[in-house]
Design a protein around this ligand. Structure first.
Ligand code: ZN
Length: 216
């Protein structure tokens, strides 16, 4: 039975990490019962003054983002008004995923309770290591009519190398749990053969369709 769900992939600019420019994605899911955002990419404040918002982290992650690349601005370009967004799914609360928070007044935020607790307990991004794998991370699996299954790994796998086991997943919270999550995702992917969208993979990203094109 057709479900009419559409997926739009956006990036809110890139981060320079050790000489590599990685995309900072966010997604819009148009569901017959309402629109959802998955993460929001970089916060707007980062486009204005990364150092003021992120402090020393801005030295480690070189932000390339304009105000027009903020999620709310990009959705408005598609004709989607902020108060039409019903839900924001936070795969986790790291600093490059929270751009939607505070910009969509009618949206309820969906976040794993362990993640919320960890984010609240974090004293500062540097002290908590809140730039690596997270305590209550969730990935998102969609079933689309034409495309079939789509897996948004988010930061459970930044890229293909981590997915293939050639690199460790970034795992400042728990290497064991991160590896376990990845195993479960891979088993799921073996079974379903989904289209995979990694968390921050330049090559994977370049092979995907981006908004205003969509997957349906
Ligand atoms: Zn991330």
């Amino acid at each position: 039975m057709a479900n009419g769900i559409e997926l739009y992939l956006f990036d809110s600019g890139t981060l320079g990490l050790g000489g590599v420019e990685v995309p900072v994605p966010f997604s819009l899911i148009r569901h017959p019962e309402g629109d959802l955002i998955v993460d929001g990419g970089n916060p707007l404040a980062v486009a204005r003054d990364a150092r003021a918002h992120w402090g020393k982290l801005a030295d480690a992650f070189e932000v390339h983002m304009t105000e027009q690349q903020h999620c709310a601005a990009q959705l408005q370009q598609l004709g989607i008004q902020p108060d039409s967004i019903r839900h924001i799914i936070q795969t986790h609360m790291h600093i490059d995923h929270t751009g939607a928070l505070g910009h969509f007044p009618s949206a309820s935020v969906i976040v794993h309770e362990r993640e919320l607790a960890a984010a609240r307990a974090a004293e500062s991004p540097l002290a908590s290591g809140y730039v690596g794998h997270a305590a209550g991370h969730v990935s998102v699996l969609l079933e689309l009519d034409d495309t079939g299954p789509v897996l948004l790994t988010a930061d459970a796998a930044d890229n293909r190398r981590q997915w293939d086991g050639r690199d460790h997943p970034r795992a400042l919270h728990s290497r064991e749990q991160a590896a376990h999550s990845l195993e479960r995702l891979r088993a799921l992917a073996d079974q379903l053969q989904p289209l995979i969208v990694f968390g921050h993979d330049p090559r994977n990203w370049s092979e995907l369709k981006h908004a205003p094109e969509s997957y349906s």
